[in-house]
Design a protein around this ligand. Structure first.
Ligand SMILES: Cc1cc2nc3c(=O)[nH]c(=O)nc-3n(C[C@H](O)[C@H](O)[C@H](O)COP(=O)(O)O)c2cc1C
Length: 143
C-alpha cells in the first residue's frame, strides 16, 4: 500500500505528531510545500488549529488535491482543545475523494506556542504516542 504523509505546522506541534506517524508507518512526513505527484492509496494529512479552524494554507492544499492520484484521505489535527479533522475531511469529500472514518485529534492544552514567540513545540506524552500508533494501526488494518 502506497502511503503519503503531509502536514502544516506553524509552531512545531503538528510536526511532532507527523513525525510520530512517520515513525509508526516507516514513511517520511513532508510539509504541504510538497505536492502529491504520484498515486497513493492513503494520504494522511494534518495541521494545527488557529482561530477556530485549520490554516488557510492547508485548506488551499486540500482544495488543490488531484482526485485521480489519491484513493483515500485520513485526517489529523493538533489544537489547544478543538477537533477540526472535519474541516479537512469536508474539503476532501467535496472533491469526491474517499475519506477514512478513523481520525486523530491531539489536544495539547494551552502552550507557549513558538509562532507567538514561545519556547517551542510540545513533547508528546506516552499516552499521545500510543493514540497515534493506534490511529495508524487502524488505518492500515482497514486497508
Ligand atoms: C494564533 C493561535 C490561535 C490558536 N487558536 C486555537 C483555537 O481556536 N482552538 C484551539 O483549540 N487551539 C488553538 N490554538 C492552539 C493550536 O491549535 C496548537 O498550539 C497547535 O498544536 C498548533 O500547531 P502547530 O504547533 O503545529 O502550529 C491556537 C494557537 C495559536 C498560536
Amino acid at each position: 500500500m502506497e502511503i503519503a504523509i503531509r502536514y502544516q505546522s506553524h509552531g512545531g506541534n503538528t510536526k511532532e505528531v507527523a513525525e510520530a506517524i512517520a515513525k509508526s508507518t516507516g514513511i517520511t512526513a513532508e510539509t504541504i510545500e510538497k505536492p502529491i505527484t504520484d498515486p497513493v492509496d492513503l494520504l494522511i494529512i494534518g495541521g494545527g488549529v488557529y482561530k477556530w479552524d485549520i490554516d488557510p494554507s492547508l485548506k488551499n492544499y486540500l482544495e488543490n488535491l488531484d482526485p485521480k492520484l489519491i484513493k483515500s484521505v485520513a485526517a489529523f489535527t493538533t489544537a489547544g482543545g478543538m477537533d477540526k479533522t472535519k474541516s479537512i475531511l469536508s474539503i476532501v469529500e467535496s472533491k469526491g475523494i474517499n475519506t477514512e472514518k478513523e481520525t486523530l485529534a491531539v489536544k495539547v492544552g494551552v502552550r507557549n506556542h513558538a509562532w507567538l514567540g514561545g519556547k517551542g513545540y510540545i513533547k508528546l506524552t506516552e499516552k499521545q504516542i500510543q493514540s497515534i500508533n493506534r490511529f495508524v494501526r487502524k488505518l492500515v488494518e482497514n486497508k
